[in-house]
Each structure stands twice: as structure tokens, then as C-alpha cells.
Design a protein around this ligand. Structure first.
Ligand code: NAP
Length: 291
């Protein structure tokens, strides 16, 4: 069977253009301040530093401002909370993110709870998460939004289909399982959420029309685990060969040719996730202007 690869780079480029046009039309032409994203980074995690650099570059390319606060390894939780408080209060910052993972001595829940929900462009604060679950307008987590947009823009119907999500993390698995089952045109899928305690995952994946895999295990989903013609969304970004190469959670060789659609890694959900952060920042800026 022919497998269509869903090109995240191309779609992200189109959406960046749409955002640039909106910035020009709804912000610059009204002589308002350009959107401004704040980023708080802690420590020296190599992947986090790369992600943050890319986010800053994308802001610049699209005509958004960004500000980075980089706290050294071993910074106290109190110091991080102070920086969050400054971003919460700074009227020049429309939205901001704290780059995860954090060092072990920092309480992640406390950090998420301290972010002003109106500036929470990562959509991790319980106010945004709760609103998302209740179908109320909110910031949605970027990766979940990236997956939905990828399906929607490629005109892949999801209503009535059976989606199996593998992985139940706060940032991917849980939010996307909520959004896929939303009572709306871009939703209405029947969702099965699986995780490391699900016995015989293959039983579920073989029944699935759509599989979203976010486990962080290279090549986890094999061709023999899926039914012919299924739609496969690979969220995994796994560094291999000492971070020189990245591989997804899907075993590309065996899935390609059996699935109808597949997101490649790299070039699938990754670039789409970055652009969704810009979209959320634009929304935060428009909220400020419309206030
Ligand atoms: P995470 O927080 O580590 O969660 C992994 C999930 O996978 C957990 O729910 C875990 O189950 C489940 N899991 C682990 N082993 C499993 C197994 N053998 N069978 C079934 N489920 C299993 O990971 P994450 O943050 O969601 O990230 C997952 C992957 O996506 C990583 O490669 C990450 O780099 C990537 N990612 C990519 C993007 C992007 O923009 N493309 C964004 C975020 C993350 P338990 O809950 O039972 O432990």
C-alpha cells in the first residue's frame, strides 16, 4: 500500500506565513507592540538548550520578540519562582514557557502552578488543562495542537474513527486523548489511552484506525502491530548515536508501506509543535490587544 508521509516542515512553513500575516494585519497595522515570548531555561541539558535556541530563532524569523532567562545548574527552586513571578508581572511579556525537564530538586507541579494561566502558552497550567477538558477556550499544549492541526490540514477525517494513543504524559498522551474525543468536527474519535501498564498493547493497536505514539522508545511501534491502512502519528524524538541523529517511536521500515499516512521523524510533528507555540503566543498577544 502507498504510505503518504505527512510533511510537518512544509505545513509549519505555511502556518508560520499565516502567523506573520496576522502579526502584520492585526498588530503592526494597528501600531501595537509585536508579540513577545519569554523563555526560562534551567541548567545545561543539551536537548533543552537546542530546543530553546530553535524557539528563539523561530520567533525572530516570524517577527516576534523573545527574551531568555537562563538559570545555571543547581539554581534553587526559589530563584526559578522569582523569575516566573517577574514574567507573570512583566506587561511586555505576552506569554512565556519554562523549558522542561527541570532538575530533580525542583518541584515541577509547583512551577506549573505558579505560571499565570493567561501567559501559559505551553498550556500546562491546570486552569488551561481543565478548560481544554471542558471544551472552554484555552491554551492547548503545543504538541497536541500540532497533531490535531496536522490531521485537520491534511483533511484526514477523525470523527467516528478509533484512535489508540500510546503514552499518557501530561504534555502529549493525555491532552491529545482529550482533544481527539472532543465533541466537535475536529474530534469525535473513540479513544483508547494505553501506557506501560497496558497488557498486550498490540491487541489495541491492531484495532486502531489512528495510532498516536509518544513513549520515547525508538522504533517501538512495528508494522506487525498495526492494521493495513491505519494512520500513524509518530511523536517520538529519541536521540541516538550520541545525539547526532534522531529517531521516532515508530519503526519506519516496517510501518512504511502498511500505513496509509505516517508522520516522519524528523520533519513531522516536531516542526509543527514549534509553530504551535508561536500560534499560542500570537493568541496571547491578540488577547492583550483586544482587552
Ligand atoms: P514521558 O513523559 O516519558 O511519557 C512516556 C509515556 O509512555 C508514559 O505514559 C509511559 O507509561 C509510556 N510508556 C513507556 N514505555 C511504554 C511501553 N513499553 N508501552 C506502553 N507505554 C509505555 O514522555 P513524553 O514527554 O510524552 O514524550 C514521549 C516521546 O515524545 C519522547 O520521545 C519525546 O522526546 C517526544 N516528544 C516529542 C515532541 C514533539 O514535538 N514531537 C514533544 C514532546 C515529546 P507510564 O505512564 O505508565 O509510565
Amino acid at each position: 500500500m502507498t504510505t503518504k508521509l505527512l510533511n510537518g516542515n512544509q505545513l509549519a512553513k505555511e502556518i508560520r506565513k499565516e502567523i506573520s500575516i496576522k502579526i502584520e494585519k492585526n498588530i503592526l497595522n494597528k501600531k501595537k507592540r509585536i508579540p513577545h515570548l519569554g523563555i526560562i531555561l534551567t541548567g545545561t541539558n543539551h536537548s533543552s538548550i537546542t530546543y530553546v535556541k530553535n524557539k528563539i530563532k523561530e520567533c525572530k524569523n516570524i517577527g516576534m520578540q523573545s527574551s531568555l532567562v537562563h538559570l545555571p545548574v543547581g539554581s534553587l527552586e526559589k530563584k526559578l519562582l522569582e523569575e516566573i513571578n517577574k514574567m507573570n508581572k512583566n506587561p511586555l511579556i505576552d506569554g512565556f514557557i519554562v523549558q522542561f525537564p527541570l532538575e530533580k530538586h525542583i518541584n515541577q507541579d509547583k512551577i506549573i502552578l505558579s505560571i499565570n494561566p493567561k501567559k501559559d502558552v505551553d498550556g500546562f497550567h491546570p486552569e488551561n488543562f481543565g478548560k481544554m477538558a471542558l471544551d472552554i477556550k484555552a491554551f492547548f499544549p503545543a504538541t497536541a495542537l500540532a497533531i490535531l492541526t496536522m490531521l485537520e490540514r491534511n483533511k484526514i477525517k477523525i470523527y467516528g474513527k478509533h484512535t489508540v494513543v500510546i503514552g499518557r504524559s501530561r504534555i502529549v498522551g493525555r491532552p491529545i486523548s482529550i482533544l481527539m474525543s472532543k465533541k466537535s468536527d475536529i474530534g469525535n474519535s473513540t479513544v483508547t489511552l494505553t501506557h506501560s501498564n497496558t497488557p498486550n498493547i498490540e491487541y489495541y493497536t491492531k484495532l486502531a484506525d489512528i495510532i498516536i505514539v509518544a513513549v520515547g522508545i525508538p522504533g517501538f511501534l512495528k508494522g506487525k502491530m498495526i492494521k493495513k491502512g491505519s494512520i500513524i502519528i509518530d511523536v517520538g524524538i529519541n536521540s541516538i548515536n550520541n545525539e547526532k541523529k534522531i529517531q521516532g517511536d515508530v519503526d519506519f521500515q516496517s510501518v512504511y508501506g502498511k500505513a496509509s499516512y505516517l508522520t516522519p521523524v524528523p520533519g513531522g510533528i516536531g516542526p509543527m509543535t514549534r509553530v504551535m507555540l508561536l500560534k499560542n503566543t500570537l493568541i496571547a498577544a491578540l488577547n492583550r490587544i483586544e482587552k
